[in-house]
Design a protein around this ligand. Structure first.
Ligand SMILES: NC(=O)c1ccc[n+]([C@@H]2O[C@H](COP(=O)([O-])OP(=O)(O)OC[C@H]3O[C@@H](n4cnc5c(N)ncnc54)[C@H](OP(=O)(O)O)[C@@H]3O)[C@@H](O)[C@H]2O)c1
Length: 229
């Protein structure tokens, strides 16, 4: 049985991942943006514990977590939470850039820093939910894509730095996944949404579990997941 801390467990890929790990009896710590969301998560995953912190304020994470119960040993830290604000360079002002980078890059870096002692203690695993847009930037999603490129850099540096401490690092790059984020994007762009053309969040969760379960002599460093046929 492993102990995992998951961000974004209330929706989409995070919910599918938390569901899969809960089903096999693992211990879950779930990070919620506020106390109301934390209560919902504890109800959704009986036996889970919650931490409350707003990832949009990475500079406040240390203070937010101070005084809250935290795991002493962590088998995995799963950075699944993310935001997407569509827009072209010509349209996006500083604010959406800042929020996107705060939630998608700076908060994962800060949360990792704060939890590294627990990860090192367990020989743990850090998983970053990246995106195909973190490898090839499409037009109209520039802030999101740039944040995911930066997240790739964070993962690569962390992997090189923490190898000596026995901490493994995996980045997952899915294509379109059937989640509220994807449905909202189609809505914003005025495009028809057909979930059947998307990857199921449960399939991404299965890929995450495969990375976690790989015997320790190997690391699945980068996983690309495209829609099947
Ligand atoms: N869907 C796709 O097609 C797709 C493709 C590739 C990669 N991804 C990546 O996969 C990850 C999960 O995406 P998803 O599609 O499952 O999205 P989603 O359904 O919109 O879920 C996003 C999660 O992030 C949490 N979150 C957002 N801002 C937060 C904040 N300030 N503080 C705390 N939590 C916050 C949300 O919390 P609440 O539940 O409280 O709102 C929610 O649980 C993201 O990193 C995304 O970039 C998604």
């Amino acid at each position: 049985m492993g102990t995992h801390l998951i961000t974004g467990a209330g929706s989409g890929i995070g919910a599918a991942t938390a569901g899969l790990l809960a089903e096999r009896g693992d211990e879950l710590w779930l990070l919620a943006r506020d106390t109301a969301r934390a209560a919902q998560l504890r109800e959704q995953y009986p036996g889970s514990r919650t931490l409350v912190a707003d990832l949009a304020v990475p500079g406040g994470l240390a203070a937010a977590l101070e005084g809250q119960d935290r795991p002493g040993r962590l088998d995995s830290l799963l950075h699944v939470a993310g935001v997407m604000e569509p827009g072209a360079v010509a349209d996006l002002a500083a604010e959406p850039w800042q929020e996107t980078f705060a939630v998608n890059v700076m908060a994962p870096a800060e949360l990792t820093r704060l939890l590294l002692p627990a990860l090192r203690a367990a020989g743990g695993h850090v998983v970053f939910l990246n995106s195909g847009a973190g490898l090839h930037a499409p037009p109209g999603l520039v802030a999101y894509a740039a944040s995911k490129f930066a997240l790739k850099a964070l993962a690569e540096a962390l992997r090189a730095e923490e190898h000596q401490h026995g901490v493994r690092v995996t980045t997952v790059y899915p294509g379109e996944v059937d989640t509220p984020m994807q449905a909202r994007l189609h809505d914003r762009l005025g495009l028809p949404y057909d979930p059947r053309t998307c990857i199921r969040p449960e399939s991404v969760a299965a890929a995450v579990a495969t990375a976690l379960d790989l015997p320790r002599d190997g690391t699945l460093s980068d996983l690309m997941i495209r829609p099947g046929c």
